[in-house]
Each structure stands twice: as structure tokens, then as C-alpha cells.
Ligand binder design. Structure first.
Ligand SMILES: *Cc1c(COP(=O)(O)O)cnc(C)c1O
Length: 372
């Protein structure tokens, strides 16, 4: 689905030198590279504080710990998401309250969010799925009305821009009280291992989260709160610094590939191309088609036989997962999400797709769609 090898080869000199420098420096944990990356990411995002951590799941967990959410508090999040979002809510003893998706953008439906609010609701975690922002203007408005924290799960949309009605533009992940991201290798800003970060403009929360990621320790060996061990390695930070400088250019390459797919599949009766929202740029973490009367797994197999990968994100919604089944939910509760789970398929999407590959992929998809 991604071609990390070709991407690496183009920047290998820079990467190899940076990694070797860290190895020779012996400052593997919390070294100067981590601090530099933190500052550069703060500058890129226009966020006052970036707190690097070990992965995107930890980022979400630390965010919820810092907000002092208590067991029994309800946290609203979409059912159509990667499991991490729901997992950390449940792990902390909070109650995940799931909501349906918007049929056009795959993202959380703001009206469904509003309907799910109860007196126990304390926070909402919108997920900017597949590379484009949720309807944040509405979500922020509703959250304000009910005094809820907004924690953005920005693991899939780093670099996307959101435009508010008054013309203000903000980066994905910097609109809520806290934003979280992942540097998993296949994410838009990926390192060569695990990594993550938390963003906030709030000084007190930033301080608290820096303490939490470091064992709840402010003064060495004095622990004032329960923390975790969640750090970004210096080696990964040195790689991320190099890739951050190319993030916008990488997004452009992804958008060009998406444009090619869009043109190839336009108006096809069996393939619905991903809709682009009017208020967010799309950084195409995934290029996801909605199929119509098409054997999706048959298509996946056919593509596989031609060595073209294709994946289903996500085949099972969170409210239908064994670990998260809850008597409150049953099949049919989230019709949009359930329809997505039955008919979406994602095509290869990365920074290195060339004309020839795009031609081959689209011709293969069309061959299957036209024949069946
Ligand atoms: C990848 C991802 C995460 C988790 O990130 P990790 O670094 O793998 O822990 C969380 N939420 C979403 C939406 C993701 O895509």
C-alpha cells in the first residue's frame, strides 16, 4: 500500500547521516534531535506545544489522562475508526460512546455527535479519517455549548488545513484543546519505527502531559502523579526532521495520485470516488472507494494476482467488535458506518506512485469492475 523503500532511497544520504550522527552522539533518549524536531513541528503546525511520545495510541491515552477524565465519564467517538481511539477510552475506565459517520466524508457526523451527548459526556474525539478534517466548525460549536473537551485524533491527517467560515485557517490537530498524532511508518509523516506526538496551546496541560509521559516525574525520582513511559527515540526524531521538511511536497504527490484515480473512475456506476470536503484540504492518507454492486473481496483478489495491494479499512465497525460489544449497540444502529464496512476498498496511496503504476492500477480496477 505504501512504497517506503523508494521514498527512502531518494533521501538516503540525508537519513543515513542523521541516524549515524545520533548513534555516534550516544544521546539516544531525549537527545537534542528530539527537542529540535519538537520545535520544528511546533513551527509547522502553529501549535504552542508539541509533546513527543512513543506512538499515537499513547498520545491519545496521555491526552485523556491529562484531562482528569474519571471512570464512568462518557467520551464520544466515531464507530468507523481504527481501534486505538476506542481502546484508550475503555482502558482508562471511561465509557466509549460511538456515533455514526457522515455518508460523504467517512468522518464523524456532527448531528450524531450532538444526539449522543448526555449529562455524563465529558469529551469528544473526532478522527480526521483518511486524510481530511471532520466538520470542526460544527463539532467545536457543539462541544462549546455542552462544555466538552475536544481531543483530535490526527493520526491520519497531519498537514491538512481546515478553513473556518470566517476565513481562519488552522492545521489539523490544532483546533481542539489537544491534538494527537502517530508517526507509524505508513502514516503521512512516518518514522522508521514507532512514534507519536501530542499538540496543545494550553501551557498547564502541556506541562502536565510532559510529566505524564515521563513516569509522572517532575523532579527526578519524585512522582507526584501516575504516569507512563512514552518517549520518542532520538533516532526516530532525526528521521522525522528530514521528512517533516518534505511533508507538504509529499501531500502534493499523494493529491496528484488521487486526482489521477478520480479522473479514471469518474462517473463509474460501480465506483464512488472519495468526496473532498469544502472546508478541509485532503492529504490522502488513504484513497478509499465506495463500491456499488461490486464483489469487493473479488476485486482485492484480482488486484493481488497482479501484485497490486488493496486493503479494506475497516471491515468491522467498532460497535460490532467482540472487545467492544456493548448491550447498548446492535447491528443496524449505525447504518452509514455499516454500509462503509461492507463496501469500501482502499487503493495503493503513497508519495512514489508514478504514471505507469497509476495506469496499471486504474486499468486493472476498471477491467474487473467492467467485467463483473
Ligand atoms: C494509526 C492510528 C492510531 C494509532 O497510532 P499508533 O502510532 O499505531 O499507536 C490512532 N488513531 C488512528 C485513526 C490511526 O490511524
Amino acid at each position: 500500500m505504501v512504497d517506503l523503500k523508494s521514498q527512502y532511497e531518494k533521501i538516503s544520504n540525508e537519513i543515513d547521516n542523521a541516524v549515524l550522527d545520533v548513534i555516534r552522539s550516544t544521546q539516544y533518549i531525549n537527545g537534542p534531535e528530539v527537542k529540535k524536531f519538537q520545535q520544528e513541528l511546533e513551527g509547522y503546525l502553529g501549535s504552542k506545544h508539541v509533546i513527543p511520545c512513543a506512538n499515537g495510541t499513547d498520545a491519545l491515552q496521555v491526552a485523556m489522562m491529562a484531562l482528569d477524565l474519571k471512570p464512568g465519564d462518557e467520551v464520544i467517538t466515531p464507530s468507523f475508526t481504527f481501534v486505538a481511539t476506542v481502546e484508550v477510552i475503555a482502558l482508562l475506565g471511561l465509557t466509549p460512546v460511538l456515533v455514526d459517520a457522515d455518508p460523504k466524508t467517512f468522518n464523524m457526523d456532527p448531528d450524531a455527535f450532538r444526539r449522543a451527548i448526555t449529562p455524563k459526556t465529558k469529551a469528544v474525539v473526532p478522527v480526521h479519517l483518511f486524510g481530511q478534517c471532520c466538520d470542526m466548525e460544527k463539532i467545536l460549536e457543539i462541544a462549546k455549548e455542552f462544555n466538552l473537551y475536544v481531543i483530535e485524533d490526527n493520526a491520519q491527517a497531519i498537514g491538512a488545513d481546515y478553513r473556518f467560515g470566517d476565513g481562519t485557517i488552522k492545521k489539523a490537530g490544532t483546533m481542539g484543546i489537544i491534538g494527537c498524532t502517530s508517526f507509524f511508518p505508513s502514516k503521512n509523516l512516518g518514522c522508521y519505527g514507532d512514534g507519536g506526538a501530542i499538540f496543545t496551546d494550553n501551557d498547564a496541560l502541556a506541562h502536565k502531559m510532559r510529566v505524564i509521559v515521563n513516569h509522572g516525574m517532575e523532579v527526578r525520582y519524585y512522582h507526584d502523579s501516575i504516569g507512563v513511559n512514552s518517549r520518542l527515540d532520538s533516532i526516530q526524531a532525526s528521521i522525522l526532521r528530514i521528512k517533516l521538511r518534505r511533508l507538504d511536497q509529499y501531500a502534493e504527490a499523494r493529491r496528484n495520485a488521487a486526482d489521477y484515480y478520480d479522473r479514471a473512475f469518474a462517473n463509474h456506476p460501480k465506483l464512488v470516488t472519495p468526496q473532498r470536503s469544502e472546508f478541509s484540504t485532503h492529504v490522502f492518507h488513504q484513497y478509499t472507494l465506495i463500491t456499488n454492486n461490486l464483489d469487493r473481496f473479488g476485486l482485492q483478489e484480482f488486484l493481488q494476482s497482479r501484485e497490486i495491494p488493496a486493503m479494506v479499512y475497516y471491515p468491522v465497525a467498532m460497535h460490532m467488535q467482540k472487545a467492544y460489544t456493548d448491550t447498548r449497540y446492535k447491528e443496524g444502529d449505525f447504518p452509514v458506518t455499516e454500509a462503509f464496512c461492507k463496501c469500501v476498498i482502499s487503493l495503493p496511496m503513497h508519495t512514489e506512485l508514478d504514471q505507469e503504476q497509476l495506469e496499471y492500477i486504474t486499468a486493472s480496477v476498471l477491467e474487473f469492475a467492467n467485467r463483473t
